[in-house]
Structures are given as structure tokens and as C-alpha cells.
Design a protein around this ligand. Sequence first.
Ligand code: ADP
Ligand code: MG
Length: 711
Amino acid sequence: MSNLNRIHAVNAVAAMRDPEPAGAMPVKLDYYAEDVFDTAAMREYLPKATAEKLFDTINNGAPLDPAIAADVAHAMKHWAMERGATHFTHWFLPLTGSTAEKHDSFLEIKNGQPIMTFSGKNLIVSEPDASSFPSGGLRSTFEARGYTAWDPTSPAFIKRHANGATLCIPTAFCSYTGEALDKKTPLLRSMQALSSSVKRLMKCFGKPEEKVTITLGPEQEYFLIDKHFYLQRPDLVQTGRTVFGAPPPKHQQLEDHYFGSIKMRILNFMTEVEKELWKLGIPAKTRHNEVAPAQFELAPMFEELNLACDHNMLVMEILREVADRNGLVCLLHEKPFAGVNGSGKHNNWSMAYGNHNLLDPGKDPHQNAIFLTVLTGIITAVDKHSDLLRAAVTGAGNDHRLGANEAPPAIISIYLGDQLADVIAQLEQGSATSSRAGGGAMRLGVDTLPPLPRDATDRNRTSPFAFTGNKFEFRAPGSSQSCAGPNMVLNTIVAEAIDAISDELEKLDPEHFNAGLQQLLSRLIREHKRVIFNGNGYTEEWKAEAARRGLPNAATTMDALRCLTDEANISMFEKYNVFSKRELESRYEVFLEEYHRRIRIEGEIALEIAVGMIRPAIVDAYGKTVSAINSAMEAGITSGVAALREESIELGDGLDELTRNADALRKALGGCHEEILAAMQALRATADRLEQRVADADWPLPKYREMLFLY
Ligand code: ADP
Ligand code: MG
């Protein structure tokens, strides 16, 4: 950890946002970040010299001076205890994709006296008994030790509960031998890689060295349903998605939910969530109804990447907790309901050099040349490594979403918008003309781009990787996934592409710099433009066209993960010190295993529900119908008997089919995931058809039209 680049970007990020109008009287939100041991708290609780040293580590990446750890720990404990904390935990991000915490109290008995202590060592490292976390063979169980190490770039915070609070210290999690066992470590390494390569590129442009800040604004989609329904759905409880359920007559066809007025119960929930987030210094900004009924979105203002990733983990946790307090359940699964929209996590990513956003086309020719260079670097990176971007968003949940008709396809392509695509096309020809704004040839380093309208560029919702005016929006990540994985990949592949550009630029003599740059970018665009696609990504034509262009289309997790074992990918990650070969192999194993386990759990719960809940309901309905026929015959009544007969045949056939398909699933559970998925699908088709044949009162599971519409 010690040589990781400590980037603190709050100031840089703040400077990138719009300023207040001159003379405006700001109204302060007084409880914002009150639960965070932030810069203000550090100033208040730390001796001045210690605070300065810590800021140097946080802001400038200076190595952490172990001598100050004791002071910092003492101050943190003091601050936390004033807020009711009795315990502390190293908070980390294991490969399970969620967060982990093991609490210890401050309590010690010294000379028979109970005292509350928290040492420098307690702050800096901890050794949780972590043998049960997935490691993909990096730790054999007899050497199960894992270490957590303080990440001072993400501030400590407290989590409150009714009886007190816990001091949470964001940490990285490594094995005894220093191998990464978590999502944060490779993310931080990738940030360092990108930061170095951007600095090198800027040097080529004659820029003085400045801090590189990678920024992220993750838009979080989620569903809310009433807890009563949830508790009656073992599939939701066990897997987060419904494995049965016929689509309701009305779901999202009328498009009346998106941006619709927010129901009171939901608004109360959202407001409570935002208050909790603001206390934690998480800048929640936007809330709205999403496309599907019962689906919503929360978007924060963007922050420095590492912090934004930690914050998104807290956002998901708080959404769940506050939902629970409100008699609701927050579903973060990518596809909780078949046939209606799934949930994603739009990953808005950019980077700044000093206070300047490198994806801002810029106002002068110099900035503009830098923008087009960085843009070309990103195009190159995404084309060369779309396989890795795809692999970074795999998962049993997201498989249902990618490629379905409302999510970005599993083919990774870049959307630039017409104007920018035009500029790029002309750059390829050798000189970019400022297209729509009219006017002659554009030479790099001499001319500027016409202003690109931000809104117009943001409208292609079908693209997985879209330029949206001053950032890229990667739309493939799933709603439940950590932001760390996709951004780690993005940082690394862009670092590689930018370094390759610097390799060339460093060879140019200053007089021919612009001409050489122009040539280089032109060549790169020629080589990688196949990844640019501005049309509708949902169409079959695009699938065919993408295949012609040779773009990979990995439809499932299994297909997509394979690239983690490619030699070229391994050596890139090794070159940038993001992963060793062993670390990458271990991840491949962990992700595969997790995928298989999830599918198996889904299969098992589907079988249990089919046999234990649905079949008895069919048997009952069948029995009732047959008895009704008998009663009618006994009473000498013939009217209605034909209908009853027909109904009992439907139910009887359904019962046979359900039993057959349940048996087939039972058998498939002994096989591979593909067999399980196929058997589940067949079983579901039968059950969903029967749902419409059984009396509403007798159907054992809450229906879609209830869960999605009733609060
Ligand atoms: P929309 O995409 O819905 O039109 P915005 O473009 O305003 O909305 O922002 C979506 C998300 O992108 C927000 O979280 C916002 O903070 C984030 N964002 C805006 N600028 C940047 C940037 N430079 N870097 C990273 N994220 C950004
Ligand atoms: Mg957006």
C-alpha cells in the first residue's frame, strides 16, 4: 500500500463543478458529513503538525509516517466515542462483491480498570480470521491469514444504530504474501497506473506536472417492493430474483412510470436515504422513478474514483437498511422480474489533470489536441480490450440483462454522437474540420472544436459505452456490482493505450509535434474505429454488423470470463502492477465458482417452490374441478360440465408437465449450469402458464401485478 498514489480529489472535484453565482448567500447543510472523520474533523481533533502530515499523505501521496499513527488513532477514537461509538472495524471489499466488517470494541482491562483504547497499530493493520472469504486458491486454509491495511484516501466514518455506533476504517485486504484478496487493492493500483501514464502524456504536451484525479459518478438503479410480498417469495429471499411469475397485463408498455410523480411512501423512503447518505458525506443528488414499475434511481454527484466506489457500496447498504425500516425491500438484483426492465449501474467516468477535465473538449487549440488524444486513447483501449470490459461486468444476475432488449448489448461498442464521430472521421482522414459549426480544415494544436452539445450526445441509451459531453458512461455494469471491477479495467486499458501514444510522441522532435500527433491519431483511429457505433445497439442488424467487424459478443458469464486467462491480458495487468498472474487466475476461479454456485442455488429454490408450493396448488385446483364435475353429474346437471372438463384437462396436463419438468430440473441439478438454466426455464414456462389457471386466492406466490404496483 505504501507506494500507492494517494489521490485526494475533493478540492479538484469541487473546482470542476459549476460555481455559485457571485454574491449568492450559500445555505449550509449543517449535518453534511457529520459522521465522517473528514478534513474538518482532522483539523479539530489532531495536533496541527500531525494533521499536516496526514494531509500530505492523503493529498500528495506521501508515504504514511508511522509515527503519526498513534496520534491519528487517538483522535479518531475520541471523535468516534463522542458520537456514541464503542467499537471499530476495518471495513473492506472482499471478492464476494459486498462489504465486510469484523467489529472489536475499544475495551481493554488495564490494571483491573476497564478503559477504551485504540492504538496506531489497530488503525493501520488488522488480521481478521478471513479464511472463509473467496481467494481462488491464493490462501490454503492452513495459511489463512489475511491482512487489512488502512486506506487513508477514503475517510473513516461511523455507522450508527439504535444503541450506539461503530467506527469504520476503509481498508485494503491482502494475503500474508501480499496478494490482493479484495476489490480495492487492484483498483488503487490501476489508479496509480493511469495517473502515471497521464502525467507522462501531459509531459509530451509540455504541461507541468499536476495531480491526476479519476472521477466517477455511478447512477444506481433499484426496485422497491413491500416486505410482506417479499417474505412470501422464497426465490426473492434466496436469490434476489423471481424464478417464477407471469408478466402482468400492464407493466411498462404505457411508459408512465419513468420520471412519473413519486408516490408518498417512496418519497419518504428516498428522503430518509438521502439524509443518511448526506450524514456520511455521500453527495446524493438525483432521484426519480425508472422505466419499470417499482423501479427507481439514485445518482450522486461525481467524486474521486476510490471514494466514489466506497460510497456506492454504502449507498447500496443504506438503500437496503432504510427500505427495511420502512416495511419495504430494496432489490438490487439486475433482473428481479422477468419481462420488465432490469437494473444497471451507469458508470460515469472521467479524469482530470489538475482542475481540468481531460474529457472536456476545451476552449483552446492546445486543450483540444489533448482532448482528441485522450479520446483516441480511450477508443484504442476499448477496442483492444472490450473483452476485459465485458468480463468486468459478468455475473449470474447481469447475464439476464445484457443483451436483453432494454439493456446495452453484450457487444461493447462506443457511441460518440454524430458531431464527434464526424470530427473523428475527419481526424482519420488527416485533418478534422469543425463539422457543423462550419469552417475550414482543422489542424491539431491549431484549431478548436465547435462546442459539443451535452444533451444531444446523451440520448443514445442503447450504447454500452457512450461519450456524454465531458465523460464516458459505461452502461453495462449491473446494479448489484461493485464499481471497483469495471473501473479497474478501464483505468488499466486506458493507461496502456495512453502509454503507447506517449511512446510515439516522445520520439517526435518539437517542430514536428503537431504533424506527428495528427498522423499518429489518424492511424489509431483507422485501426480501432470498428468499435465506434452510433446506431441502435438493440437491433439484430447490429449483431450481424458487429460480427462482421470482428467485435466480440460474449453472451454469458462463462464466455466472457475466459479472457482473464489470455496471455496478452495477463501480461498487460502484470506490466501495470494491477494483478500478478496468480492474482488474476485466482479471480477467474472465484468468479466462475460464484457463478456456478448462484445458478445452483436458483435451480434448487426453483425446484423447491415448484414441488412444495406450486404443485400442491395445482393439485387442489384440479381436485376441486374434478369434484365439481362429479357433483354436477350426481345432481344431474349438465351445464358447466363441459367447461369444467376442459379446465380439468388443462390442469391435469399442466400437472403432468410440471411434474415432468420438476423431475428434469432435479436431474439437471446434478449437471452443469447450462442444463440447470434450461430446465429452470422449461419449468417456469409451465408454472407461469398455470398461474393464470388457478384461482387468485389459491396461488401460493404474490404475483407480479401485486408486487410491482401495490405499496
Ligand atoms: P445524465 O447522464 O442523466 O444526463 P449527468 O450527465 O448530469 O446526468 O450526470 C450523470 C452522472 O455523471 C452524475 O453522477 C454526475 O455527477 C456524473 N458526472 C458528471 N460529470 C462527471 C465527470 N467529469 N466525471 C465523472 N462523472 C461525472
Ligand atoms: Mg447519465
